[in-house]
Design a protein around this ligand. Structure first.
Ligand code: SF4
Ligand code: SF4
Length: 175
């Protein structure tokens, strides 16, 4: 079923707003989770379960939208003057079972990043925003044919900058 263009614009505007406010959303979610764990002793098994359920629906969103450790790492990397170190961290974070499972689920989650090749103008802006493409430009691209899609890779933490930045609305994140 074709998406109404006005509804599509509204979805993209809302997504841009969410992406702009991602650090604030992460801070609120992380504080809430930390409070729940430290005050109400919520079991880490429940946190793992929540991460997996989020992974099934949205892919690996936990690290960059929910996790207290993810928030700490973002601040630390934000203080690093070396953008390459930041990219390395984003690319190689491997220490957490939620990241392992939800990263694997990036290929199978209900919500996925998709490209509309008919409207794509091949401008390459999306690729410039993606740390996965920055680390492996010969393997990954969000729009080039016959290349792997970074959104389906283990490493994509659904920052959604690629979707928010496309000037044509050619990238979508939906079921
Ligand atoms: S930013 Fe949008 S139009 Fe430009 S290459 Fe990427 S998907 Fe295509
Ligand atoms: S959401 Fe987009 S920009 Fe962010 S890591 Fe995944 S593919 Fe790259």
């Amino acid at each position: 079923m074709a998406v109404n263009p006005i509804a599509n614009i509204k979805i993209i505007s809302m997504l841009k707003l969410l992406v702009d406010k991602r650090i604030l959303i992460l801070a609120l979610m992380a504080a809430g989770l930390y409070y729940g764990i430290s005050v109400y002793y919520i079991s880490l098994w429940y946190v793992l379960l929540a991460g997996v359920i989020l992974g099934v629906v949205f892919g690996k969103v936990f690290c960059r939208w929910v996790c207290p450790l993810g928030l700490m790492m973002e601040f630390m990397m934000g203080m690093s003057p070396d953008g390459k170190i930041k990219g390395m961290y984003q690319y190689h974070k491997v220490g957490c079972p939620i990241a392992w499972i939800s990263g694997w689920l990036n290929k199978y989650s209900f919500f996925r990043i998709k490209i509309n090749s008919d409207s794509c103008k091949n401008c390459g802006i999306c690729d410039k925003e993606c740390y996965i493409v920055a680390m492996e430009p010969v393997k990954y691209s969000l729009y080039k044919p016959k290349m792997d899609r970074p959104g389906d890779s283990f490493t994509c933490s659904k920052c959604l900058k690629c979707v928010a930045t496309c000037p044509n609305g050619s990238l979508t994140y939906k079921v």
